[in-house]
Design a protein around this ligand. Sequence first.
Ligand SMILES: [Mg+2]
Ligand SMILES: [Zn+2]
Length: 206
Amino acid sequence: MDLGFSKKMKLVFLDRDGVINEFPGNGNYVTKLKEFHFIPGSLDALRLLSNEGYSIFVISNQAGVGKGIYSKQKLNHITRNMLKEVKSVGAKIKKVFYCMHPSSAGCDCRKPGIGLLRRALESMNKSIHAAKKAFFVGDTEVDILAGHNAGCKTIFVLSGREDYRHMRGWKVRPDYVAKDLLEAALIINQESSSRSALSRKRASRK
Ligand SMILES: [Mg+2]
Ligand SMILES: [Zn+2]
């Protein structure tokens, strides 16, 4: 019996700044490689999720490109290095999706829009409905909204821009709060194993 949480569908969407690498500060961007620093534990988290068979996508707003603060080439350079580091620890990020538009462009890919999630799922020949089985991990309200808008389970991490106090004014509450990506990865892993235990239990009752 398929309860919709089949083993094949293990999917995680991650914001980048404040989740994988250190948040560059309010109003700032990671404009060069020198400014990209992995948050302690984030590589371990990526390895854990990779080992557990999760497809990992990065979903990130990088409006600094659209504003002309740094070039698309610089961003690509940073991305290539990030992926190289991730690979070197035995982890894998399947694909990185950026919205490079300024908020004034009114695009559908800038979070809290779900355009990038849709594109990520399309790259796996899945529709947006598959997002219901996915987790979205982010450090801001915009991330939690994007994940919520797509139907994901959401995890708010405290390793980036916003903290507990910000949550009071949010339109949508996250499903979980975690210290950082490593703690989020443990939550994801635990939640998935309890889901499969539950489906086994339900299946055995039939
Ligand atoms: Mg962020
Ligand atoms: Zn966009």
